[in-house]
Design a binder for this molecule. Sequence first.
Ligand SMILES: [Zn+2]
Ligand SMILES: [Zn+2]
Length: 261
Amino acid sequence: MKVDFHVHTNRSIDAVHSPRLMVKRAKKTGLDGIVITDHNRLFPKREAQHLTKEFGILVIPGIEGGNIAVQKHWIALGVERPITMCRIDSILSFIRNEGGLSIAPHPQARLGYADYTSLGFDAVESLNGCEPDSNQRINNSGHIPEVGGSDAHALPMLGFTWTRINADATVESILEAVRKGWCRPGGSIIPFFDRLRFYPQYITHRILREPMAAYASAWKVMREIRLVKTGESSSTAVEHNRFQGDQHSRRSIPVLPLDWR
Ligand SMILES: [Zn+2]
Ligand SMILES: [Zn+2]
């Protein structure tokens, strides 16, 4: 199977297209599955199941944690409860105890955990579609399982980067296969001009069409960054899920603590 382990939708402040559009495009590009990893927002399981049925491609709910601009990121899959710990070691233990899987995304980039092996991540993203330079510095000396993810933030960024995985088309089978190391990154980084296409689309869809929402989001992010930087807060809010068919969507998700080692 070809599975992209790192995809953002417009539920991330810095991404353009809806989950439906991203899933539809992923199917069109020949992927067999994607993991939706919006920033600090766990994708609803039932919505993922609906999209899986509708488009015939496995949609796996995930989350990418950490402040988008000033903290290191981690990815979790197979977790259904909110993650409320502060330290990265507690977060990783929680994910493991929940039967989930942790991935260190872009470990050699500014917002990555370069010490992913000693921290105990289950897998490392040794091919990130948007990080041509930092990818080259990964040597995975601990030999933990490796995956590839596009880190796509818009439609044109899908279909270049993936993980070749020996598994059935179920979430459980995918998690098990990664734990056993039956996976390897495939494809390439996203070509420069396809990465560039993100910017005009972001400006059109997220700023010009929704100026007030863009202003509110930017203000919120700036405030979070300022609080984190001045040490007044170690937390960033996890927003509500929007899927109306999901019972959990109407429940407030606790604040997601950030690693601040
Ligand atoms: Zn990231
Ligand atoms: Zn990302």
